[in-house]
Ligand binder design. Structure first.
Ligand SMILES: CC(C)(COP(=O)(O)OP(=O)(O)OC[C@H]1O[C@@H](n2cnc3c(N)ncnc32)[C@H](O)[C@@H]1OP(=O)(O)O)[C@@H](O)C(=O)NCCC(=O)NCCS
Length: 166
């Protein structure tokens, strides 16, 4: 007889679903943020950001109507924008969710007129560096000892990706 664990292993996972973030997601987003960063953003802070006209945010779910598994949030100023955060729930990392978030997020930024997209990342953050390199970001600056870490301090890399006009 097939063990349930075998069945779960072989059963194909449904494709994740990416869509715009809503204020109803904020408790889940706050939990993901708190699990991902030293200083987590509260649900109220996130809800306030989502009401800003200059903010665009997407969530990824394991399937439609499931809680958020990860999210990305950017703020636009003219033809520039900054990715303020991207995070995946710890137990769901390494499944391509952040890659899918970026793939959905960039076209919406382009449609909003963004031509230059920036972000800042800790220079030792290997998964994030891979994610951004694959998404076409290039390092354009380094701030020595910008982040405080358990080991002391870590440099921040500023990265940029130019976006085509559409
Ligand atoms: C960075 C982060 C968002 C990536 O999320 P994710 O859903 O696991 O990302 P993906 O599965 O799409 O993988 C992205 C890339 O990271 C790589 N990666 C995933 N986990 C990794 C690990 N532990 N070590 C090294 N690389 C890793 C993947 O292989 C992939 O690269 P590839 O496309 O070249 O194979 C996630 O690790 C996270 O939430 N970290 C904490 C918050 C954070 O640091 N955010 C970025 C701040 S700027």
């Amino acid at each position: 007889m097939t063990l349930l664990s075998d069945l779960v292993f072989w059963w194909p996972r449904p494709d994740p679903v990416v869509g715009r973030a809503a204020t109803a997601d904020c408790d889940d987003l706050a939990a993901i943020h708190a699990a991902s960063f030293h200083r987590g953003w509260g649900a109220e802070d996130l809800a306030a950001m989502l009401t800003e006209a200059s903010v665009i945010a997407h969530v990824v779910r394991r399937r439609a109507a499931a809680p958020a598994a990860g999210f990305i949030l950017s703020r636009i100023a003219g033809d520039e924008a900054e990715i303020l955060t991207v995070a995946t729930a710890p137990r769901l990392r390494g499944r391509g969710y952040a890659g899918r978030l970026i793939a959905a997020h960039l076209p919406d930024l382009m449609r909003a007129g963004v031509r230059k997209l920036f972000l800042e990342v800790e220079a030792e953050n290997a998964p994030a560096l891979k994610l951004y390199a694959r998404a076409g970001f290039e390092p354009i600056g380094r701030r020595k000892g910008y982040y405080r870490t358990a080991q002391g301090a870590a440099d921040a890399l500023t990265m940029r990706r130019m976006l085509p006009a559409i």
